[in-house]
Write a protein that binds this ligand. Structure first.
Ligand code: SF4
Length: 200
């Protein structure tokens, strides 16, 4: 794992965990969460690791809008940002330790910025990039087209794989945020670095 990145994250007061595999990352996340209620933001990584299922089975209160029908999504998003823990992935992680997130609805950023006092981000190795330009390039090339296709969003990137800076209602890139350090609401901000490709 990149020692420079780890040091840069620690200097910013993020708590860093290293995992060789997704399974190890899952165990780390479960240990951090314990019995606490957990909100989950849109995340292929979390989905791949089966964290929702394990948490539900072990009796945690879990809120994730991906697991409910369209009429319940708003309520579930609202409940997720009021849990004790908020969990998702990063869209990109820069070498200097800053986290880049884009959001279309805003719930994920709300959960990460002014939500639960404990945040867990699980980050696959392909999301680590040298700088901001590479972060945006990666997000527009890999993250958005994949997410749009998965959710059947009518965006140019879903059709062609290329960002056209669209203006339609399905646009996913409505906010781009850089998280430079934990916010004042955070008592814990965990970044789990996984030495494996995970998510989009
Ligand atoms: S701005 Fe539109 S086309 Fe570009 S990546 Fe975002 S959703 Fe896709």
């Amino acid at each position: 794992m990149d020692k420079n990145l780890i040091e840069n994250l620690q200097k910013r007061h993020f708590t860093v965990h290293e995992a060789a595999t997704g399974e190890e990352a899952k165990k780390i996340a479960l240990d951090i969460i314990g019995s606490r209620s957990t909100g989950i933001g849109g995340s292929k990584t979390v989905s791949q690791l089966g964290l929702y299922e394990t948490l539900t089975e072990q009796g945690n209160e879990v809120h994730w809008h991906w697991k409910v029908g369209p009429e319940k999504k708003k309520e579930e998003r609202d409940l997720a940002v009021k849990c004790e823990v908020y969990m998702c992935s990063a869209n990109a992680l820069m070498e200097d330790g800053r986290i880049v997130q884009i959001d279309g609805t805003g719930n994920r950023l709300a959960g990460l910025i002014y939500g639960p006092p404990c945040v867990i981000l699980i980050v696959g190795r392909q999301k680590i990039v040298p700088d901001y330009d590479s972060a945006i390039e990666r997000i527009k090339r890999d993250t958005c087209p994949g997410n749009a296709r998965r959710q059947n969003f009518d965006t140019p990137c879903a059709k062609t794989g290329v960002c056209m800076d669209c203006r339609g209602p399905a646009r996913m890139c409505n906010v781009t945020a850089i998280i430079e350090a934990p916010l004042r609401v955070h008592k814990e901000f965990h970044v789990v670095l996984v030495d494996e490709e995970l998510g989009l």
